[in-house]
Design a protein around this ligand. Structure first.
Ligand SMILES: *Cc1c(COP(=O)(O)O)cnc(C)c1O
Length: 237
């Protein structure tokens, strides 16, 4: 392990925790109400475990293959593992029972498979419904006007528990614009929670990454997913 990198991770971890706490307070909430999830794609498991030793308690992977190759190494006694990337239906089997939450559910077909395999395993898998809040083509997530219908359909399935919504808004330079997307997500989140749909909880609103997690919290995020601000720039080699 590189000592310098560990020092950076420790410094970054503390800085992010402070920023999260400040944004939480500014938005009228308690710092403990915001979950800090580290997006760990491309990061070696030793560095992930180091962050866990600092107090990090939620991690998220994007790719099934990478998750499986790192799985035995994670210190999951102290942290929850989420799946946050695009998930193909034929790969669900490989992660059921290994992840606490699948954040990226955007079709009934995928939800049915998660439910079926969870039922077989005798467990319930927590999920978030991913919303394509910017209505971008070629991007994961269900279109905003289809979210409610999908939630009603999922609510009929056994062994799957909806805990909230997730979004990856379009990349934009304009802070006003990004805050608008976050605000639309919060409004949807609140509207749905008021509908009291059976088996559907709206506890988690997952939005905000390294560049915009403060703004996301100010607009109501309860979970932020942070990669490069914690571990440094990703190296895909
Ligand atoms: C990589 C990733 C993040 C974190 O991105 P950073 O900009 O490095 O913080 C968050 N969410 C998802 C789904 C990701 O794939």
């Amino acid at each position: 392990m590189q000592e310098k990198l560990l020092g950076n991770i420790e410094y970054n971890y503390k800085t992010i925790k402070e920023n999260i706490a400040n944004a939480a307070i500014k938005s009228g909430r308690n710092p403990d109400d915001i979950t800090f999830l580290a997006a760990t794609k491309t990061v070696d498991v030793q560095y992930i475990n180091y962050a866990i030793s600092l107090g990090l308690d939620h991690i998220g992977e994007n790719r099934v293959q990478e998750l499986l190759s790192k799985y035995d190494g994670y210190n999951l006694d102290c942290a929850d593992l989420h799946f946050i990337g695009h998930l193909q239906t034929n790969k669900v089997r490989q992660i059921i029972g290994k992840v606490s939450t699948i954040q990226s559910v955007d079709s009934l077909k995928l939800a049915k498979e998660i439910s079926r395999l969870s039922e077989n395993a005798g467990i319930t898998t927590k999920i978030l419904v991913e919303v394509n809040i910017g209505r971008e083509e070629n991007k994961g997530g269900v279109m905003p006007d289809r979210v409610e219908e999908l939630l009603y359909q999922i609510s009929e399935l056994p062994s799957i528990a909806v805990d909230g919504l997730m979004a990856i808004p379009p990349i934009c330079e304009n802070e006003q614009k990004i805050r608008g997307y976050f605000e639309n997500m919060r409004n949807m989140f609140i509207d749905i929670s008021h509908k009291n749909i059976d088996n559907i909880s709206m506890n988690t609103l997952s939005m905000g990454m390294s560049g915009d997690y403060r703004e996301a919290i100010l607009e109501g995020a309860t979970l932020v997913r942070i990669g490069s601000s914690l571990f440094g720039a990703r190296n895909y080699n």
